[in-house]
Design a protein around this ligand. Sequence first.
Ligand SMILES: C[S@@+](CC[C@H](N)C(=O)[O-])C[C@H]1O[C@@H](n2cnc3c(N)ncnc32)[C@H](O)[C@@H]1O
Length: 628
Amino acid sequence: MLDGKDKHYIMNGGSNRERQPDIKERIGVRNKKYFFKEQYINESNAFCKYFEAIQHNGYIQNIIDEVDNMGDFCDLYTDVPKNYQADQINLYYEPMSVSEGSAEILYASHALDIRESADRGRKLVANKSIGKGKILINEIPTVLQVSPMCKCVGERYCLYRCHNCGKACKLFYVCDGCNVCIFCSRVCLYQAYKNYHRYECYGLQRHFWSMEDTDYSYLALRMMLYGATKQFDTQPVIGGVYGHVENNYPFIYTLESNFHQMMLPRVNKILYSVARNLVYLIRKTNFFHQYKDKNFNMQDFYLYVGGLMVKHYCQAQNNNILLKYPNMTQGFGLNVVSGTGKAICPTIALLNHSCTPNATILICSEFVVVKSIRTIRKGEEITICYSEVDALLRVNERHIITEEIFHFTCCCSFCTYEKNLAIAPYKCPQCAVGNAKQVDSKSGKTVGYCFKCLRSVPMNDIFDNFKIAKICRNVYNVTYSIEHLTRIAECYKVIFHENSLPLLDVYRLLYEKHYLWGEKPIEVVRYGLLLFRILEYNMSRLYLPILTAKVKLFSQVVEMKKFSEVRDLNDEEFDIIKTFVGEVVNVKRDLLFYLPSDKCLFYSPIQTKVQMMFQRVSLQSNDDQAQA
Ligand SMILES: C[S@@+](CC[C@H](N)C(=O)[O-])C[C@H]1O[C@@H](n2cnc3c(N)ncnc32)[C@H](O)[C@@H]1O
């Protein structure tokens, strides 16, 4: 439990931690002109300066023209069927809820606490051991952006979700004004209209806002409008609870924006989008009329609202949750999802990113649910993998994504592990458990140091294998032969630990080569299984990209004609197939983590086919299971 000053800081989100850009590092790497610290102190100040500048040099006229000459009303909306089926969205999941709610954090389980760390800011940690598959948070989004279902926006965005509460709706009410927003009930329609929709309706009709994944101006506007309905009250209710059902604005207001980590071109894009929003609000809506008789300086108030929208834009970029579904019925592709919008959930926004997460987000009708994907120890931080980051990429590639999209450099345990690999990458030749590094190479002998044995170890064997691997790699680069790749894998098995990432790269290549060119189908299974063993060791079995890739592997094996020719298996091959059949059965259980049982039915034909293909093996597996 937190107390006193610490608790105040953390709950209020402000904390005494003011993130400052790492000036030396940035200026060292990038051109100085991109750095803006001297120019802008914070989001509000940035917007004031920008707005003053565009007013001064006349550029504002371009924005006014753009707003005044918005396109025509889009005819296609009139084609939207008014009684469209809910497209199974609500039926996707059973309702889920946390077993016992926290008294300190809205929507969270009592097993979670808020803490703060110097490198990552606020975080949620487990205050007791948590099992796999437990519901940790079950949150109703505070602000929601549902992508409109207009056909000119594209099929990808088609969605039958209430734009106010997020519920999927079987029959819906379409707003008569814009014909874009749909609502599940008259109550939602009325609420939305009163709180925000009357200000956005005109722009929505004319595609004023881009619904692209990288544009947050529409969501920023909605966040500001939510604030306006709460009189822009940013003071949390006394009582020290994080989050408030009636007024979550104080908790939105303090979400991480990473404004000071952004480069000038990005900031300029945001300022421009917000200036557009502001001009739109002034010229096309009566949003500001309600404040006119309150004796404030309207010019200052415009700038205040603009500053708020800049802040919310940056926050939306860092904290939004993509409303998407695991959609494994379509081609079993990696990350095959149907994107439908973005949500701001202040409690879930406390979760930091990890490239080897211990929890995942599921969208369950109008709820956003966080579920543990492995056992979490007491005191361990709860982490998710941010949806734009593909944890299957290598560390440098992942860092490009986190830096470009979220403006932070990931310092999770997996990134640290991958970086440490560079320091002591080898398997100790003495104990075969510890990590060793080379320390010396004299008179034909290579000596290393093992961090487990805590002493020097001979490394000649390792370096002999390195030499062979290097030669094989050179030959492979010319011939692309499977034999040389196999030889590299054998050398790597001596040099590195069996679940290490260098081996993963070689197995991935071997799998692809065998799948495309190989004569022996059993090798596809062998390397496919090895690949997933390493991935699951480093990440988790219940990790959606891994699961979908695995289902893809199984379906590929089923499709391989050559398997029908496999008759006589030797003992080793028999074992491989036995493991494979076991995995095919197990994956069904893993799928149930993400989908209700009727949605896993698509998987049954694969299971049946595999069991028929390898009848002898599956019979024996069944016997083994019965004995066990
Ligand atoms: C959704 S918020 C998470 C909560 C945040 N720590 C806070 O105090 O509000 C995302 C921000 O947390 C920080 N963060 C999250 N994961 C991180 C990681 N793995 N490494 C470094 N910073 C991280 C970044 O500043 C990121 O923009």
